[in-house]
Design a protein. Structure first.
Length: 81
């Protein structure tokens, strides 16, 4: 098990109540859920940064999507909502 450190931060009371209710429903403690939330947040942000970096690298190589193709993609997104 890796070393652990205790941190503290402010959070609205309503979120604490929701967190505690979820922890109770899941038969877990608050720390478990907060650790999961932080891990998921970091993983998601790492993934998004990788996508941004790939996009920037593609742009530097001159790889762009044609304007007409983008318009078609947007049109399809609007119709699916």
């Amino acid at each position: 098990m890796s070393a652990q450190r205790t941190i503290s931060f402010r959070i609205p009371a309503s979120l604490v109540a929701s967190l505690d209710a979820l922890a109770s429903d899941m038969d877990r403690d608050r720390s478990y859920l907060l650790n999961e939330a932080v891990e998921n947040y970091l993983e998601l942000n790492r993934y998004q940064m990788e996508l941004v970096e790939k996009g920037i690298a593609a742009a530097k190589r001159g790889e762009f999507v044609e304007h007409g193709t983008v318009r078609k993609m947007i049109g399809k997104m609007r119709r699916t909502k």
